[in-house]
Design a protein around this ligand. Structure first.
Ligand SMILES: [Zn+2]
Length: 301
C-alpha cells in the first residue's frame, strides 16, 4: 500500500518529552511542482514547510502560524504558513537557483539561505499576534528551529528535517522529527543523556522515509527504548485558501481610480497566488461590474 503523509504525536519517558514525527513527501512534492523549485530551493522550502506543520500542530482550532526565513542568500527568503489541521503552504523568493553541493556532499541550503533572521508569527485570532524571532544559526533550517525553540520558547528541542530530491527535481522523500523536553524534565540528566544518545544515532530523516517507513515505524525503531507512547495522528497536505473571489476582493480594495486605470488598459488582469502559484483571470467586463457595484455601494452609504 502506498504510504501517506501524516503527522504523528507521542510522548517519551512518561511525559518527560513530547514527540512529533511527520512524513511530508507528497506535500513537498506538491510544493516543488507548483513552484518549479530547483533542488536547493526544494530542500529549503520542504524543511520549512515540515517545521511549520509541527508549529501548526501546537495550535488549536482556527489558529495559524507563519514562518519567515529572511536571509541574505540567493534564495531570497522562505515563507510558510500552517494551521492546526495539517494544512501548509509556502514559497521561496527565488525558486530557480543552482549551487554546488556543500562540503558534506549535501544540498547547500545554508549557503542559499544566508545570514538573517527566523520569524515565527502565530495568528491566535487576537488583535495582537504572538511573534518570536531569532538570528539564523546555520540557515540549514533544522538548527535554526532548534535554536528558536530553545531561546524564544525556552524549550530544549531536538529538530531533524530532511528532503531528498530526485535527479528529475521531484521529491523522493521528506519528513521531520521534533522532540521537546516538557517542563520539569530539564533537570532529569539520565533521561536527557538517553535522549541525546538516541538522537545522535538517528540516520538522516529523509533517508528513513525514502526506505518507505511510516512515521510510527520510524519512532518505534529509533525511540522505542525511551518509553514511547503514541497520542494521535492526522493527515498533512499542501493546501492554499486562495480563490477567484479572494483576489477579486484585493482588486476592489485597490479603489475606484485604480480599477478605472485597469479597465482603461483594456486587458484581462492576471494574478498569481504567491503561495500556490494558482493563476486567476479577471476580464475587463468583470472589472467593470465590480467598479459599478463599488460606485453603487458608495451611493447607498
Ligand atoms: Zn493560493
Amino acid at each position: 500500500m502506498k504510504k501517506q503523509d501524516k503527522l504523528v504525536r507521542g510522548i517519551l519517558g512518561d511525559g518527560r518529552a513530547r514527540l512529533f514525527v511527520l512524513r511530508t513527501t507528497d506535500l513537498v512534492n506538491e510544493a516543488q511542482r507548483r513552484h518549479d523549485t530547483y533542488p536547493v530551493a526544494t530542500a529549503a522550502l520542504g524543511r520549512t514547510l515540515t517545521a511549520s506543520l509541527v508549529l501548526g500542530a501546537m495550535l488549536k482550532g482556527e489558529e495559524s502560524v507563519t514562518v519567515q526565513v529572511k536571509g541574505d542568500g540567493i534564495l531570497q527568503g522562505i515563507v510558510a504558513t500552517a494551521d492546526s489541521r495539517g494544512h501548509a503552504r509556502g514559497y521561496v523568493g527565488n525558486p530557480h537557483i543552482h549551487l554546488p553541493l556543500n562540503a558534506n556532499g549535501k544540498l547547500a541550503v545554508g549557503e542559499a539561505v544566508g545570514q538573517g533572521m527566523l520569524f515565527v508569527i502565530r495568528d491566535l485570532g487576537l488583535r495582537e499576534n504572538y511573534q518570536g524571532s531569532v538570528p539564523l544559526q546555520t540557515g540549514e533550517i533544522a538548527e535554526d528551529f532548534a535554536y528558536y525553540f530553545a531561546v524564544s520558547e525556552q524549550t530544549p528541542s531536538v529538530v531533524s528535517l530532511g528532503v531528498l530530491v530526485n535527479p528529475d527535481h521531484s521529491v523522493q522523500a521528506a519528513g521531520g522529527l521534533v522532540i521537546q523536553l516538557l517542563p520539569g524534565a530539564e533537570t532529569d540528566d539520565e533521561f536527557i543523556a538517553a535522549l541525546e544518545h538516541t538522537a545522535a544515532k538517528m540516520p538522516a530523516i529523509s533517508g528513513v522515509f525514502a526506505d518507505d517507513m511510516t512515521p510510527e515505524e520510524l519512532a518505534e525503531e529509533y525511540l522505542g527504548s525511551l518509553g514511547l507512547k503514541f497520542i494521535s495522528e492526522g493527515p498533512v497536505s499542501y493546501k492554499c485558501d486562495c480563490s477567484q473571489e479572494r483576489f477579486m476582493k484585493g482588486l476592489i480594495a485597490l479603489g475606484e481610480e485604480e480599477l478605472e486605470d485597469l479597465i482603461a488598459q483594456g486587458e484581462t488582469v492576471e494574478t498569481e497566488c504567491r503561495f500556490c502559484a494558482e493563476r486567476y483571470y479577471y476580464p475587463v467586463h468583470e472589472l467593470e461590474d465590480v467598479l459599478r457595484e463599488l460606485r453603487q455601494s458608495k451611493e447607498r452609504d
